[in-house]
Design a protein around this ligand. Structure first.
Ligand code: DGI
Ligand code: FE
Ligand code: FE
Ligand code: FE
Length: 188
């Protein structure tokens, strides 16, 4: 297996410097959220470091993986935003030889979430949203909510994401909507 330092070099080689720096901030934020939530900080750090590993691959790469690895064909109707996590996890297996399903799932779910998310996946999802350089309106509230309750943070983020996609007229991947319904839905 690659050492942590070797994985850092692998990630750096795949990404622009600013995207790599984002990955390092997500790694550190995930480590802190793990410590606060009783999750293994090293697993969180690795998942955080790797979450955007595939972000700068070509559309063609993702389309081929969707077809050859038996992934949801509906993915073909979306783009890099949805693909780099859900499909990108395949490249982490093949190229980095990481087969820990907890790590791979956290990468897969980091953008669109899922109705059920293990704590590690919730941590990477939130670390990506609130890492120190994020500065969208509401990010400070998101940080405060997440510090009090990881699940409340997930709820906050998925509401924000759905609002953003609709405001922009973007198509919503069905699992993004399922995440929203599962985490936000209460009494109907
Ligand atoms: O990779 P990052 O920029 O750090 O952040 P991210 O992985 O959370 O989000 C990547 C993009 O994916 C973001 O611009 C929003 C977009 N996205 C998330 N869910 C959906 C989506 N785009 C579409 N079209 N549909 C979705 O359901
Ligand atoms: Fe991402
Ligand atoms: Fe995200
Ligand atoms: Fe990210």
């Amino acid at each position: 297996p690659y050492t942590h330092a070797e994985l850092m070099a692998k990630v750096a080689a795949q990404l622009t410097d600013s995207r790599y720096q984002h990955c390092l901030r997500v790694e550190q934020t995930a480590r802190e959220l793990a410590q606060a939530n009783g999750v293994d900080p090293e697993l969180a750090a690795i998942a955080g470091l790797l979450h955007d590993y595939a972000k700068q691959r070509s559309d063609e790469t993702f389309i081929n993986l969707i077809k050859t690895r038996g992934l949801d064909p509906a993915l073909l109707n979306y783009g890099n935003g949805v693909w780099h996590g859900v499909v990108g996890a395949e490249l982490i297996k093949t190229e980095l030889h990481i087969y820990n399903e907890d790590i791979l799932n956290a990468v897969r779910l980091h953008t669109v979430g899922a109705p059920y998310m293990p704590k590690l996946a919730q941590i990477v999802f939130m670390a990506d949203f609130i890492e120190p350089n994020r500065n969208f309106p509401g990010v400070d509230e998101a940080r405060q909510v997440t510090a009090k309750s990881l699940a409340a943070g997930v709820r906050y983020q998925i509401q924000h994401t759905l609002n953003y996609l609709i405001a922009k007229g973007q198509p919503v991947y069905p699992r993004t909507l399922a995440t929203y319904n599962a985490w936000v839905g209460g009494v109907g």
